[in-house]
Design a protein around this ligand. Structure first.
Ligand SMILES: Cc1cc2nc3c(=O)[nH]c(=O)nc-3n(C[C@H](O)[C@H](O)[C@H](O)COP(=O)(O)OP(=O)(O)OC[C@H]3O[C@@H](n4cnc5c(N)ncnc54)[C@H](O)[C@@H]3O)c2cc1C
Length: 371
């Protein structure tokens, strides 16, 4: 029998929804509060690595991800003009022939996870958040209600309110100096895998996210964090992509005021140990918000919920669960956050491609190990 019976999950993103699903599977009661009354997510794509696909498989949603998103077995590396330099096999971690790379539109992933949350019987309350959180599990909510929980989990993202309330001396997320552009475009039939395009000091990439769509991503060095006006996004992105030809050049020429473009300055945070106080724990981006360089933030968020549920399911007392959780999660998350930040710094400072590849390979090998 699990060490806790009733839980409050604050935040219905990838971390909160995954945790809610896995806790319900072992019979733990879950109240999930999400601040957004419409429980929406913005329309960009997301890239899924082999460890992320493994985590979704364990959660029980991999089939729908493969059907409604896209999974592949390779990654093509090209020069800035789209000339193929190599094709890297991407092996999966869930058995022979399993896919090692994938992509999906965030709203599609959101509906797969939110369907699972509801199907497993979590009690979802939208447009509500916490006003106070005590470390003994007593909370007040913004709708005026009170609750007493065995366990409160802050899964409320990079700018976590639970972190502010419970860890007032925690660091704030910091700007990294890069901004991420993403645009969803039609997928030409010949694009059968993810692709990276390597220019001089510039990288762009493409991830297919469904049979008919793919998204392009590109990181810009933005030391002064300029405002990017919505009505100029297509012009600014087109200017950034000017050094690229081939497929990226085709996408650049197709950009216009109606393009589905998302721009976001990058921020990161790594909470120092421990991520809990009393009966309150932080997971996902609230504890380890990372940049997209290793495409691993979503996978880490899902893994947090799976590992926590596995430990709670043993029936050991909550303080032991929390200690073991930190042992299993801290160094893994720290490696992803720190190597992502280092790769970003190398990109901004014209660092060597070999060093970037080494950091990427080290992190990917480490997170391919069991979670
Ligand atoms: C530009 C960019 C590109 C990325 N690309 C990738 C990628 O390709 N692959 C990948 O794996 N990862 C990627 N990531 C990282 C990934 O998006 C995150 O790691 C992941 O979304 C973390 O999930 P989360 O649930 O912890 O946080 P979030 O996704 O931020 O979800 C938090 C949820 O909590 C809600 N919330 C916020 N405040 C409150 C509150 N006070 N009370 C209640 N609810 C609240 C929010 O509305 C939201 O629903 C990228 C990140 C960025 C910034």
């Amino acid at each position: 029998m699990a060490a806790v019976r009733n839980t409050l999950v604050v935040g219905g993103g990838i971390a909160g929804m995954s945790l809610a699903v896995s806790l319900r599977k072992i019979g733990v009661a879950v109240d999930l509060v999400e601040i957004d009354p419409e429980w929406k997510v913005y329309g960009a794509g997301i890239t899924l690595t082999a460890p992320s696909l493994r985590a979704f498989e364990e959660l029980g949603v991999a089939e729908r991800i493969a059907a409604e998103g896209n999974v592949t077995h390779s990654l093509k590396v090209c020069d800035a003009n789209g000339l193929a330099l190599s094709v890297m096999p991407m092996r999966g971690l869930t058995g022979p022939g399993s896919p090692g790379n994938g992509g999906i539109l965030r709203p599609v992933l959101h509906s797969i996870l939110s369907d699972a949350v509801r199907a497993e019987g979590a009690n979802v309350r939208l447009g509500v958040t916490v006003e106070t959180v005590a470390t003994d599990g007593n909370v007040t909510l913004t709708d005026g209600s009170h609750g007493t929980y065995d366990f409160v989990i802050g899964a409320d993202g990079l700018h976590s309110q639970v972190r502010t309330l419970v860890f007032p001396d925690a660091p704030e997320p910091r700007m990294t100096g890069q901004g991420c552009w993403r645009v969803v475009v039609p997928r030409p039939r010949e694009v059968d895998s993810g692709q990276m395009f390597l220019g001089k000091d510039l990288k762009a990439g493409i991830t297919p996210v469904s049979r008919d769509e793919m998204y392009l991503f590109y990181l810009q060095h933005v030391p002064d964090n300029p405002r990017m006006p919505d009505d100029r996004l297509h012009d600014i992105l087109a200017g950034q992509l000017a050094p690229f030809g081939g497929l990226v050049g085709d996408i650049r020429r197709s950009l216009g005021p109606n393009s589905n473009i998302n721009y976001r300055p990058l921020e990161a945070i790594l909470m120092p140990l421990p991520w809990y106080r009393g009966r309150v724990l932080l997971i996902g981006d609230a504890a380890h918000g990372t940049t997209p360089h290793l495409a691993s933030g979503a996978g880490l968020a899902v893994e947090d919920g799976l590992v926590l549920t596995e430990l709670l399911g043993t029936g050991m007392p909550l303080d032991h669960v929390l200690d073991r959780f930190m042992t299993r999660r801290y160094s893994r998350a720290a490696l992803v956050v720190n190597n992502s930040l280092k790769i970003g710094e190398l990109e901004m400072n014209h660092g060597s491609a070999e060093e970037q590849t080494k950091l990427m390979a080290a992190a990917m090998a480490a997170i391919a190990a069991p979670m």
